[in-house]
Design a protein around this ligand. Structure first.
Ligand code: SIN
Length: 294
């Protein structure tokens, strides 16, 4: 496995160590609590575009530092379930299965279906930064699937069937199902529902920074293919969901204490594998706004 040592002219030397996987790399020797020079930032950007997931180990960041690093990548998006925002840091979503005095402290079932964060928004997320606070002894992994490889591997007939087409994404697609599984999941207010109307995006998008094509549909939020009869569209979507998350495209992240994981939602889908309910899991997530998919 190769390791690139990136020396920035201004200060830091850090290592980017690619995983033996279809995506992902570990960044070693960088403390994100310290100011990051423009040169270091550009090195990180290029590693991010190359590997789609960057894992920063041993990051003892405060929420303010987490938000500060996240903002370097673009404006932050607030989750529609604002009740799970971290007190004093509304841009930080608490992802947690912990119930405290009968109340969930965070979104406990975030990511139980494959998805790309906020694909249901007109400007879906560029990337998300998830910082481990409390980890279970067992399970709790996060899986990432490379959607460039998924597109490249698509059978020609399937490519031809979807190229140039758009699909609708809707936050509410699995909401009733999630409420059935997780009774603590809140009902949405009218104002919340109004924030997340359905939107249509290309099924195959071009990455705005690299130009690489990627599949952009997911089982969590994609409801239908625009302009295709319902049965035919659903059959195509099911095929795409299956093909796009095959194990050969997947990196499985096993969390270590104080990991900060930054992934590219324009290139990937991800899934939370879950952990035994009695095991406590808590992470803080920020979400950087991306472009309008094209
Ligand atoms: C998410 O979908 O953002 C949460 C992923 C996780 O909890 O592993």
């Amino acid at each position: 496995m190769s390791t690139d040592t990136i020396a920035s002219p201004s200060r830091t030397a850090f290592d980017v160590r690619p995983f033996d996987a279809p995506l992902g790399a570990e960044v070693l020797g960088l403390d994100l609590a310290q100011p990051l020079s423009a040169a270091d930032f550009e090195c990180l950007r290029s590693a991010f575009l190359d590997h789609h997931v960057l894992v920063f180990r041993h990051q003892r960041l405060t929420p303010t530092q987490h938000v500060g690093f996240s903002r370097r990548w673009g404006p932050l998006q607030r989750h529609v379930l604002h009740q799970f925002g971290l007190y004093g840091h509304p841009e930080v979503l608490i992802v947690s299965n912990i119930i405290d005095s009968g109340e969930p402290i965070g979104l406990g079932d975030a990511g139980v279906f494959w998805h790309s964060d906020l694909s249901y928004k007109p400007r879906p997320s560029l990337g998300s930064l998830l910082h481990a606070q409390e980890l279970p002894a067992e399970g709790g992994d996060t899986l990432f699937a490379n959607q460039h490889l998924a597109w490249d591997s698509l059978p020609v007939a399937l490519r031809d069937a979807v190229a140039g087409r758009r699909a609708e994404h809707h936050y509410l697609k699995q909401y009733a199902e999630l409420q059935k599984r997780s009774p603590w999941r809140p009902n949405l207010s009218e104002a919340q529902v109004a924030q997340v109307p359905p939107v249509a995006h290309p099924i195959v998008r071009r990455h705005p920074e690299t130009g690489a094509r990627a599949l952009f549909v997911n089982e969590h939020f994609t409801t239908r293919i625009v302009g295709v009869p319902e049965d035919e569209g659903q059959a195509l979507l099911q095929e795409l969901f299956t093909v796009s998350t095959q194990p050969r495209f997947v990196y499985r992240h096993r969390w270590q204490p104080h990991d900060l994981v930054f992934w590219d939602n324009r290139s990937l889908q991800h899934l939370a594998a879950g952990c035994p309910p009695q095991q406590r899991r808590k992470l803080y997530r920020t979400t950087v706004e991306g472009d309008v998919p094209a």
